[in-house]
Design a protein around this ligand. Structure first.
Ligand code: ATP
Length: 375
């Protein structure tokens, strides 16, 4: 038998992907492994809504990419399909004030946006609650990435309004699931005492997946996303190892598989090799960073750029450059520094500096070039 030189090579009309969509960021997985206890507790908390009662409130916590959003999306999807319960998930990274959170709730309840001319918060609030009462419907709200409401000092007001809706507004029934991936933030502790006294949520923790769990979960995607034989076990193990290395965030693994698939295609190969994974890892390990940088304001990006360009310099020097470039003063500089610190992009710590007393030292938590490339 003569060997076919084309064997193992992709032709133009072939692909390693069976369904590339399963590697996209908004893909909702059909099977959701290793999250049974978390799903149970969430169901337990939401079940009263199905009977027309107010659901229990929940705080869902855990490191990034551990399935918190997916869990809520799956349950909210089931509630929408099988019951009368209204569900709205608000991305607080984008909607980080009480007003914008309630604007999204308005949209969820009425299926159209609130008037763009603007109405008072009080009006916005009462229109939502009046409608819920009139329809006799329960509203389940997920505040996804709720930590951003804390960074903007809007969390207490937002929660207070949501939690008091049943007392003040004719008995509107609203339950809240707060999702936080900031492990340094104690959600309850960080709220005002007036909120703490009415907020006694169920706690659902999403631990980091270990390497075997990561393999189990990613195997599903391999089967759905790639043709048979494209990714063999040792290569998948390496993907899981890289994912583990990056804090167990499944986004890294999923992104890595997609990029590795594209790399294999670039070599016109029918199978993904280790080299395709290694090459992809240089990019995929920064998925957190890219996500965080996407939502920065102009002032935050400007300061980060200065820090990255002057890595290792004293805070005073950094402030001078920031001030020169943006015209913003020290108060704003200080606020932006705190925000970047809370986001985990930099660490701002106090240090004794000779001749200057205590001053803040800013260190970048990522490679400076990686930051600059993505800004
Ligand atoms: N058990 C699982 N099975 C299948 N896919 C999963 C599982 N857990 C997470 N994923 C996938 O991993 C990615 C990240 O999950 P998700 O967005 O739910 O995490 P998260 O904990 O909400 O993250 P963050 O806190 O950063 O918002 C998604 O693409 C999701 O489909």
């Amino acid at each position: 038998m003569t060997e076919d030189p084309e064997e193992g090579m992709l032709s133009w009309d072939e692909s390693v992907f069976r369904d590339e969509h399963v590697f996209e960021i908004d893909y909702l997985p059909e099977t959701f492994l290793h999250r049974d206890t978390q799903m149970e507790t969430l169901k337990y908390a939401l079940r009263p809504a199905v009977r027309g009662s107010r659901p229990l409130n929940v705080v869902a916590r855990g490191p990034p990419g551990t399935g918190k959003t997916t869990a809520v999306q799956k349950l909210f999807g089931e509630l929408r399909a099988q019951t009368d319960v209204k569900t709205v998930r608000v991305n607080c990274q984008v909607n980080s004030t009480r007003y914008s959170v309630f604007s999204r709730l308005f949209e969820g309840v009425f299926d159209y946006e609130p008037p763009s001319s603007g109405i008072s918060f009080k009006k916005l609030f009462s229109q939502i609650t009046d409608q819920l009462v009139a329809d006799d419907r329960v509203l389940a709200v997920a505040l996804d990435d709720v930590n951003y409401l804390f960074y903007e000092d809007e969390a207490s007001d937002t929660l207070y309004s949501l939690l008091r809706a049943h007392e003040e507004q004719g008995g509107a029934k609203i339950g809240v699931v707060c999702i936080s991936s900031d492990l340094d933030l104690d959600v309850i502790d960080a709220l005002d005492t007036r909120v703490q006294s009415v907020f006694r949520p169920e706690d659902v923790y999403f631990p980091k997946y270990d390497q075997t769990e990561i393999v189990d979960i990613l195997e599903e995607r391999v089967d759905r996303g790639f043709h048979e034989g494209v990714m063999d076990a040792p290569v998948l193990d390496r993907v899981a190892e890289c994912t583990e290395e990056q804090g167990g965030d499944l986004r890294v693994g999923i992104d890595l598989m997609r990029r590795a698939g594209l790399n294999a295609e670039m070599r016109a190969s029918k199978a993904i090799e280790m080299q395709d994974v290694e090459k992809a890892y240089d990019k995929s390990k920064y998925v957190h960073l890219s996500r965080r940088l996407q939502e920065l304001s102009e002032a935050e990006s400007a300061l980060l750029e200065v820090i990255a360009e002057h890595d290792g310099k004293r805070a005073g020097d950094i402030y001078d450059v920031f001030n020169d470039e943006t015209g913003l003063g020290y108060t704003r500089y200080s606020e932006v520094t705190n925000k970047l610190d809370q986001l985990g992009i930099i660490t701002a710590s106090y240090a004794d500096v000779e001749g200057r007393g205590r001053s803040r030292e800013l260190t970048l938590n990522y490679d400076a070039d990686a930051v600059l490339e993505r800004l």
